[in-house]
Design a protein around this ligand. Structure first.
Ligand code: NDP
Length: 269
């Protein structure tokens, strides 16, 4: 049986094993997918041991995506652009590193939520690993404007300066008076029960508020967006399933059907 795992710290909350078990069962793949908790200073060792023990590949989550990038002998273009790796495949030539977060977000927006991105005004809140992973795939959809805003303003400006296209950086207070079709929360603020200090009036009529975090109930950002009368509000569960499907394809060469798995997770939560 081929073995895969998600490596993170913490990792016990991860729903990836459930998702990949469903994909494997639907596509008749003989594989096992578990969770590996790595010490904060022990990511490379956990990868090496898993590989030596017969592992074929892994997903990488907080806080190891940059460490996975450094460890990869071969990088996909999108991993290189993101500077972060969330999918490792253990090839004979060495570790192949890819980043499926951006493809996962775009697939969730376009396919599951039926949201077109071309010509739209997008606000991306956050400049960490997740924001870096989704930036280029969002730009490739040709939005009219993509504003990055982040608590540490310099990180947003650095990201915008290398992004090209219609990407600019603004401080939280400087987006007062601007409005958007899509506002994406790519911060981890919801994990701490917080909402970034965004100005009011950000949502255009029909706008979508998207929190990359997922939870049984509204996240703090989703509750805030509801109070702001955003027309559509969603969490990041669809992104999680779509990025997993991309990883599954990288490992197994098969595109699993995501809709039943997303429906199963929604029903279970
Ligand atoms: P990082 O640690 O790399 O980045 C965290 C980001 O959040 C930074 O921009 C940081 O700002 C900002 N931030 C943290 N706390 C606050 C706060 N209290 N107020 C304002 N900003 C804050 O994390 P990731 O980018 O890897 O992950 C971000 C989120 O996206 C997580 O919740 C993660 O679970 C989720 N995610 C979901 C995925 C999915 O498939 N649904 C996939 C990947 C990520 P600063 O730079 O100032 O520190």
């Amino acid at each position: 049986m081929d073995r895969y795992a998600v490596i993170g710290n913490p990792v016990s909350h991860s729903r990836s094993p459930q998702i990949h078990a469903a994909f494997a069962s639907a596509t008749a793949q003989d594989m096992d997918y578990g969770r590996l908790l790595a010490p904060l200073d022990g990511f490379a060792q956990v990868v090496a041991e898993f590989r030596a023990g017969g592992g074929r590949g892994a997903n990488v989550t907080v806080p190891f995506k940059e460490a996975a990038f450094s460890l990869s002998a071969i990088l996909s273009e999108r991993a290189r652009a993101a500077g972060a790796v969330n999918t490792l495949r253990f090839d004979a030539e060495g570790l192949f590193g890819d980043n499926t977060d951006g493809a996962g977000l775009v697939a969730d927006l376009r396919k599951n939520l039926q949201v077109a991105l071309t010509g739209k005004r997008i606000l991306l809140v956050g400049a960490g690993g997740a924001a870096r992973g989704v930036l280029q795939p969002l730009v490739a959809e040709r939005p009219a404007l993509l504003v990055i805003t982040n608590r540490s303003d310099q990180k947003a400006r650095t990201l915008a300066s290398v992004a090209g296209g219609p990407v600019i950086a603004r401080r939280f207070e400087d987006i007062q008076g601007e409005a958007f079709n899509i506002v994406i929360n790519a911060t981890s603020a919801s994990l701490a029960g917080e909402v970034p200090p965004l100005p009011t009036g950000l949502f255009l009529p029909g706008a979508l508020a998207y929190d990359m975090m997922y939870a049984r109930d509204d996240t703090p950002f989703m509750a805030w967006a509801r109070a702001q009368r955003a027309a559509r509000i969603t969490d990041g569960l669809g992104m999680l399933v779509e990025q997993a499907a991309e990883s599954f394809f990288i490992w197994r060469g098969i595109c699993p059907d995501t809709a039943p798995v997303l429906a199963m997770l929604r029903a279970a939560s």
